[in-house]
Design a protein around this ligand. Structure first.
Ligand SMILES: *Cc1c(COP(=O)(O)O)cnc(C)c1O
Length: 397
């Protein structure tokens, strides 16, 4: 196998196409799919050396695989990280990054506004193993400061948040975490690696659900943890090797091909989201619209400082609560009802009855997830078709 020279010195668009490519002796153009669980050795001596870590080859696809390695390398160079591990799903990435470095007696501070399953990990799962957690209003820096304890090892947030698209000040929260001797883990799914680089803002670890924009075509699940060489070596490498939340080579291959078009797709989807947000913001059937790219976003100044552009997502509240929101969702012809996001197809979801139905009505109200709230994920359709579709659907709301 020959490695394509590091593409790290190139711009992100170029890295997305070339970084990490390993070519076999056949000189294939497209990345090869090594659909194999294991590897054979030339001799018992070579096998012994490989298990001892003295021979650099592959051992077993739970530990490493050439196609997965290409995906990891491409993500490393895109994100500007030192090391990465690909995981089976985004939740495997979050759970591994949060849980693996901790032990009984440690403490975690996290923003309340988290993807439903992430909140389960922090709020319900960790305490069962004696790891306490405090949930704060992520926008309130004083709450972060007050929540820090001598045993706080990890701070965790996502920004923009799901589904209300609050934008948290990553640099300020990283500073609070570091002052307290803790690391900051950022779930960067909603921002995408195209518009936000948490490591350059002071975060220590970045996690993605690659299921979203990185695949971007609704085909497979995947995740990735990006960080320093030391964090991966000390906390992640052995945990993953022994417990097995690894990415399949097939999914790594799909996601590598997804990365090639990530920049083009996210730019087009962001432009669509921005135009649709402007078209809907003043609609008489909508009481509130949130889009990080608009000047009326509550954290517009933070958006300007830490993100390259708005987002591919819009949140809005239909007047008339759940019944009106359901009428709107059911009347849409192009934007399909689904809980995925970042897809080529425009998708809409009703968070109160799906991703956040586990929360009490009070907890939902606290997060601003009302009964009329709809989350829209921009696809690659023509903007005029999308606007026309929303106009006819809102008429029926
Ligand atoms: C989807 C998502 C996850 C979980 O990813 P899966 O690939 O579905 O396991 C985690 N965080 C955020 C913000 C997400 O949108």
């Amino acid at each position: 196998m020959s490695e394509v020279k590091s593409a790290a010195r190139y711009r992100p668009e170029t890295r997305l196409v070339h970084s990490g490519t390993l070519r076999s002796q056949f000189g294939e153009t497209s990345e090869a799919l090594f659909l194999t669980q294991g590897f054979v050795y030339d001799s018992a001596e070579q096998c012994e050396a490989r298990f001892k870590g003295e021979d650099p080859g592959y051992l077993y696809s739970r530990f490493s695989n050439p196609t997965v390695a290409m995906f990891e390398r491409r993500m490393i160079e895109l994100e500007g990280a030192q090391a990465a591990r690909a995981t089976a799903t985004g939740m495997a990435a979050v759970t591994t990054a949060v849980l693996a470095p901790l032990k009984t007696g440690d403490h975690v501070v996290a923003s309340k506004a988290l993807f439903g399953s992430c909140r389960y990990v922090v709020e319900d799962l960790l305490p069962r193993y004696g790891i306490q957690s405090t949930l704060v209003d992520g926008l309130d820096l004083d709450q972060w400061k007050r929540a820090m304890q001598p045993n706080t090892k990890t701070c965790f947030l996502e920004s923009p948040t799901n589904p209300t698209l609050d934008v948290l000040d990553i640099s300020a929260i990283a500073e609070i975490a570091h002052k307290g001797g803790a690391r900051l883990i950022v779930d960067n799914v909603f921002a995408t690696p195209i518009w936000q680089s948490p490591l350059s803002l002071g975060a220590d670890v970045v996690v993605y659900s690659a299921t979203k924009h990185i695949d971007g075509q609704g085909r497979c699940l995947g995740g990735v943890i990006l960080s320093s060489e030391a964090f991966i070596a000390e906390h992640i490498h052995n945990f993953m090797r022994q417990t097995g939340p690894s990415m399949s080579p097939f999914n790594a291959w799909v996601l590598l091909k997804g990365l090639e078009t990530l920049g083009v797709r996210v730019r087009a989807q962001t432009e669509t989201a921005a135009k649709l947000a402007d078209a809907l913001a003043k609609h008489p059937k909508i009481s509130r619209l949130v889009y990080p790219g608009r000047a009326d976003h509550p954290q517009a100044a933070v958006v300007k400082r830490q993100m390259g552009a708005g987002s591919t997502l819009i949140g809005f509240e239909v007047k008339g609560g759940k019944a009106a929101a359901f009428r709107c969702l059911n009347a849409l012809r192009l934007s399909r009802i689904s809980n995925n996001l970042g897809d080529a197809k425009s998708l809409v979801t009703h968070p109160a009855t799906t991703t956040h139905q586990r929360l009490t009505p009070e907890a939902r109200a606290e997060l601003g997830i009302s009964e009329g709230f709809i989350r829209y994920s921009a696809g690659l359709e023509h903007i005029d078709d999308l606007i026309e579709d929303f106009e006819q659907a809102l008429e029926k709301a």
